[in-house]
Design a protein around this ligand. Structure first.
Ligand SMILES: [Cu+2]
Length: 310
């Protein structure tokens, strides 16, 4: 599957298959020998047990052979691992941010997306960062995976070699909505990518179907807000955005209940300091502050969008 989707597919698959075949051989050989011994040396046939002295030759053989085999696996594994940790100098660098429970990707020109867009046939480095707990960036089709530990600098790299859309997901259990922490990698020919890349206004105002998309929705999507907030009134982890604008609601501040009206100021505070006033019935400390990720102008657009969800 996915042969040639990235530069790592062939070498990783070859090594995986080799280790699998060696393991399969031993599974069959050991199980068969075991079953044979159960019959051959059972108590009915051998009522009297015998004392057997060690056999030096045999012991050397069954030490050396596995040693050669695991040494072989180690050398090949090491070679592939080194390759995966040595990106070429001319790589295109994208920053990825993981948080409960979504991904975002920032490009050198300031573009931010919730889907990873990459040019084909060009080395791409993904610098990983987590704003909360341990996540793991996994692109199965490319055979790359990197744990994302808060406070640790790390990266993965690849060359996408086939045009297409591939799954990208979190491979480290990170809480309630971990299973929904999925998105996609879109590998595009360089020309198509360049066109997409320079279009920084591509916080698309109009969708492919000609329907108008409010910029607020694009900001909500690319920050992964929909992992916890719905548009249709259903409760996920955080409150739904539907029909809340202008409503009076009960929040909890330092353990005490308080009434607030959902307006631009409350939305700004909820994005920049989410745990200051937590809506009654919802758990606090699940959301991180988005102060560094969402500008004040963008918050206005978000508020505008929430207003439209009657
Ligand atoms: Cu995760």
């Amino acid at each position: 599957m996915f042969s040639g989707a990235s530069n790592f597919v062939n070498s990783v698959d070859r090594l995986t298959l080799l280790i699998f075949l060696i393991s399969l051989f031993f599974l069959v050989a050991i199980t068969a020998t075991m079953i044979y011994f159960v019959f051959r040396y059972n108590m009915k046939r051998n009522p009297k047990s015998e004392h057997i002295e060690g056999n030096l030759t045999l012991e050397i053989v069954w030490t050396i052979i596995p040693l050669i085999l695991v040494g072989f696996m180690f050398i090949y594994g090491w070679r592939d691992w080194k390759m995966m940790k040595s990106p070429p100098k001319n790589a295109f660098t994208i920053k990825s941010n993981a948080r409960m429970w979504s991904w975002s990707f920032s490009y050198p020109n300031g573009k931010v997306t919730d889907t990873l867009f990459v040019p084909m046939n060009k080395p791409v480095i993904i610098n990983v960062n987590s704003s909360d707990v341990i996540h793991s960036l996994y692109i199965p089709a490319f055979r790359v995976k990197q744990d994302v530990v808060p406070g640790n600098k790390n990266f993965l790299w690849f060359i996408a070699q086939k045009e297409g859309t591939y799954d990208l997901f979190c491979a480290e259990y990170c809480g309630l909505r971990h299973a929904y922490m999925t998105t996609a990698v879109v590998a595009m020919p360089q020309k198509v990518f360049d066109k997409w890349y320079i279009d920084t206004a591509a916080v698309a105002k109009v969708s492919a179907t000609g329907k108008l998309i409010l910029p607020g929705l694009a900001i909500i999507k690319r920050n992964g807000c929909t992992a916890c907030h719905s548009f249709d009134g259903s409760k996920i982890v955080g409150p739904s955005f539907k029909g809340i604008y202008g409503e009076k609601t009960t929040v909890v501040v330092n353990g005490k209940e308080q009434q607030v009206t959902v307006d631009d100021d409350y939305i700004l505070e909820s994005i920049y300091d989410p745990n200051a006033k937590v809506l009654k019935g919802f758990q606090s400390n699940l959301m991180q502050p988005y102060k560094d990720l969402i500008s004040k102008d963008e918050v206005k657009e978000i508020a505008e969008y929430i207003k439209s969800l009657k």
